[in-house]
Design a protein around this ligand. Sequence first.
Ligand SMILES: Cc1cc2nc3c(=O)[nH]c(=O)nc-3n(C[C@H](O)[C@H](O)[C@H](O)COP(=O)(O)OP(=O)(O)OC[C@H]3O[C@@H](n4cnc5c(N)ncnc54)[C@H](O)[C@@H]3O)c2cc1C
Length: 392
Amino acid sequence: MNAALERMMDFDLSEEQRLVRRAVREFAEAEILPHVDRYEREERYPTELIAKLPALGLLGPMIPEEYGGSFTDVLTYGVICEELARVDWVVASVVSVANSLLAGSLLKFGTEEQKRRFLPGIASGDIICSACLTEPRGGTDLGNMDTTAKKVDGGYLLNGTKVFISHAVHAKLFFIVASIDRSLKHKGVTAFVADPTQMKGLTIGGFPMRTLKRDNLAEVHFEDVFVPDEAVLGEPGRGFPILGSALDMGRFSVAARCVGQSQRAIDLAAPYAMERDAFGQKIGEFQLVQDKIADMVARTEQARLLVYRLGRMKDAGLERCSLESSLAKLKASQAATQNALDGMAVFGGYSVTAEYEIGRLLLEAKALEFGEGTSDLHQKMIAEFALGIRKQ
Ligand SMILES: Cc1cc2nc3c(=O)[nH]c(=O)nc-3n(C[C@H](O)[C@H](O)[C@H](O)COP(=O)(O)OP(=O)(O)OC[C@H]3O[C@@H](n4cnc5c(N)ncnc54)[C@H](O)[C@@H]3O)c2cc1C
């Protein structure tokens, strides 16, 4: 094998990873995809679809076997997120929040007791996870949060409001960030893991959405909610690096999901272009339509390479890869948005009808540009790395 080919193979999937991809794709197309449209119309959370995941180990791909999970490697986790998101962004979000934000943080920073208490339930599907980060005054400037954690005998009292919280209504495990001293800014941030069903003073209300109603976004209000000392993840006041680590892995899985959504736009638009006629030929034979399809493919492949490289770096033991995470998240989420737009152009007016899926992808992709750091934030971070203002 020549050296160039060997280098290329570094970015390729192993035989096992290909088998996982094939198995997840077959499962997702048979068991999830046929139901998504109905759930969308009914604005219904996909509880029954999520229940199908544990049998294939798809709820615990980042959780080691000793805690009931199916972990093999980070890249495989990315492939699973990619394939699930290719058919349904809500199901993929359940896996991504649970594994990147909760399980990943518990494994790195949790006590043995916290790991034993929560990880097997996450992998089995008994525990749906939710991350309470964003606040009404902003989700980007997380070092400046308003939610407080006041030390009391045996634990903390949480006060504050979190908004846009996915899965909260269904969750049995919250990842919460709150400040023990707001004057310390990010040095006051403390991370907690706790079961919301045990919290007195907690209100989970609806969060009014114009669209994307299926994942039941919530406003979560903490009013003197007591959480015991055992709920602290890591050390009090040391939550900001935990949050950074969680978001680093979160960016990987969100980027992988965006690759899946980008691919879906191609998989929908290309056959349509070869079916639909105009001016006596298939629209896919017009150069302007081909131009869009070519861009969609190139964008997706670029994003996929960034995501797979990031997965390989994490598998090689590099825990924080902030620059590469930002690159993958930025480019993959932008690819998903642009592919949805180009795909819609191929479908013409039908793209906004209930009959076709392509229109739905647009808002889902755009929302993924906001979560786990907005595109602006990643652009800023990438520039700061290049300028030497920020270091890994
Ligand atoms: C569908 C969906 C699901 C979500 N799920 C969750 C969830 O489960 N948990 C959770 O905690 N949050 C969740 N979010 C919230 C999401 O993480 C936030 O929307 C995101 O972090 C941005 O915060 P913001 O909306 O408050 O925007 P802001 O922080 O108010 O920012 C507004 C604009 O200003 C820009 N901006 C801010 N700071 C800078 C800067 N320094 N430089 C340049 N530009 C800047 C931003 O890029 C953005 O364009 C979800 C959001 C959506 C849409």
